[in-house]
Design a protein around this ligand. Structure first.
Ligand SMILES: Nc1nc2c(ncn2[C@@H]2O[C@H](COP(=O)(O)OP(=O)(O)O)[C@@H](O)[C@H]2O)c(=O)[nH]1
Ligand SMILES: [Mg+2]
Length: 216
C-alpha cells in the first residue's frame, strides 16, 4: 500500500513530495522495551505492563523530512532466545535496525553487541543501525554508562541515543535521525554493486530506479 501525497501543489510547483518506504527491525533482549518504543513512536502511548511479543509484530508510522515522507514498516521482534532463528527473516531486506538494550542491565548491552555483530555479518551491508539505551528514566539504577555505549557506537558507526519509552525521551528523535541517514534517492554506489539487500521494497519497477526508495 503506497499512498502518494502532494501530487498537486496549489502554488504550482512541479516538484511533488516524495514518499520513501523503509523496512525497520527492532532487535534486543526481551523486556528491554522494544515494543514500548514502537508503541510510543506509533501511538504515543506507554503501558507499564506491556504484553510480551510473540514472534513479531508489524506496525507502520511515517515521519516528514522537508519534502519527503519517510514511511517506516516496523518489525518488532520477540527477544527470547527461542525466537532467535526467526530473526533473519525480519532483518533480511531491512534498511534500518534499532538494537535496544536496557541501561539498568549490563547483560542486555552485551546481547545488543551480539545483535550488532550479527547484523554486520548477515544483514544488508548498507543497513543503518541505531543503538538505543532504553529506560533512561531509571537513571538511579543505571548499570551501563552513557560514555561506554557512545564509544562502542562510534567504533561501529552506529547511531546512538539513550531513550525512554516511558517519558518519550528521544523516541521520535531516534526515528528521525534514522530517517535522515537513510538514502532517499541517490544512485546506487558502485562499491555495493552486488546490491545485496539494498532492499527497496517500493514498487517502482524500472530497473534504473531499483536502488531508489522514493516515488514522486
Ligand atoms: N521505566 C521504564 N520501563 C520501560 C521502558 N520501556 C519499557 N519499559 C517496561 O519494560 C517492560 C518490558 O517492555 P517491552 O516493551 O514489553 O519490552 P520488549 O520485550 O523488549 O518488547 C514493560 O513492563 C514496560 O512497561 C522505559 O523506557 N522505562
Ligand atoms: Mg516486545
Amino acid at each position: 500500500m503506497t499512498s502518494r501525497g502532494g501530487a498537486a501543489r496549489p502554488n504550482g510547483q512541479s516538484q511533488a513530495s516524495k514518499i520513501c518506504q523503509f523496512k525497520l527491525v527492532l532487535l534486543g533482549e526481551s523486556a528491554v522495551g522494544k515494543s514500548s518504543l514502537v508503541l510510543r513512536f506509533v501511538k504515543g502511548q506507554f503501558h507499564e505492563y506491556q504484553e510480551s511479543t510473540i514472534g513479531a509484530a508489524f506496525l507502520t508510522q511515517s515521519v516528514c523530512l522537508d519534502d519527503t515522507t519517510v514511511k517506516f514498516e516496523i518489525w518488532d521482534t520477540a527477544g527470547q532466545e527461542r525466537y532467535h532463528s526467526l530473526a533473519p527473516m525480519y532483518y533480511r531486506g531491512a534498511q534500518a535496525a534499532i538494537v535496544v538494550y536496557d541501561i539498568t542491565n549490563q547483560e542486555t548491552f552485551a546481547r545488543a553487541k551480539t545483535w550488532v555483530k550479527e547484523l554486520q555479518r548477515q544483514a544488508s551491508p548498507s543497513i543503518v543501525i541505531a543503538l538505543a539505551g532504553n529506560k533512561a528514566d531509571l537513571a538511579s539504577k543505571r548499570m551501563v554508562e552513557y560514555e561506554e555505549a557512545q564509544a562502542y557506537a562510534d567504533d561501529n558507526s552506529l547511531l546512538f541515543m539513550e531513550t525512554s519509552a516511558k517519558t518519550a525521551m528521544n523516541v521520535n528523535d531516534l526515528f528521525l535521525a534514522i530517517a535522515k541517514k537513510l538514502p532517499k534517492s541517490e544512485p546506487q554506489s558502485t562499491s555495493g554493486a552486488s546490491g545485496r539487500g539494498r532492499g527497496v521494497d517500493l514498487h517502482e519497477q524500472s530497473p534504473q530506479s531499483r536502488s531508489q526508495c522514493c516515488s514522486n
